[in-house]
Design a protein around this ligand. Structure first.
Ligand code: PNS
Length: 158
């Protein structure tokens, strides 16, 4: 059985994230979308909200689970006995940091592989920060986030 973890902050989940989730869930038998609960980084949405948003948008995909983790991603992957990590790549600007993280994780556990999935060009400009910036300034984010999370994001800024 092929299993993978798609980790991230998902603060909030965007249509770009969902595109990666859908595409990787077709390749994998089981996909865990794992939200990092990072006490060192202030998030806009708390961990429960981010997990809830992901659960709503992944409901149609029975082989997708949502979970959260604290600490090192590699430790979480070992605990789950999953040896594939999926990362989305949007632009060249993502590459340097993702490349470094993949190499660090490879050093920490060489049997865990990072697989990169290219963004859908429709969403190459999209990020959680951009969504929050537009929402905070009263712009329309309808085309940027899945419909299930739209109200939650808008109400955060109203
Ligand atoms: O959505 P993001 O913020 O780009 O996701 C980054 C994330 C959460 C996948 C990554 O920062 C992570 O897993 N951090 C957990 C700590 C860790 O494992 N650090 C070592 C690799 S740099």
């Amino acid at each position: 059985m092929t299993q993978a973890i798609y980790p991230g902050s998902f603060d909030p989940v965007t249509k770009g994230h969902l595109d990666i989730i859908i595409r990787s869930s077709k390749i994998m038998d089981r996909l865990i979308v794992a939200v990092l609960d990072n006490p060192r980084k202030v998030a806009t949405f708390d961990i429960e909200q981010r997990v809830e948003m992901l659960k709503m948008v992944t409901k149609p995909y029975p082989n997708v689970e949502v979970d959260f983790y604290k600490g090192l991603l590699i430790d979480y992957a070992e605990q789950k006995k999953i040896d594939i990590l999926i990362k989305g790549l949007r632009a060249i600007s993502d590459f340097e940091f993702e490349f470094q993280m993949a190499l660090v994780n490879q050093k920490l556990n060489p049997s865990i592989e990072t697989l990169f999935m290219m963004t859908n060009s429709k969403y190459s400009y999209l990020s959680s920060s951009i969504v929050k910036e537009i929402a905070a300034l009263g712009g329309d984010i309808r085309s940027l986030v899945p419909p299930e999370v739209f109200d939650m994001v808008v109400s955060e800024y109203s």
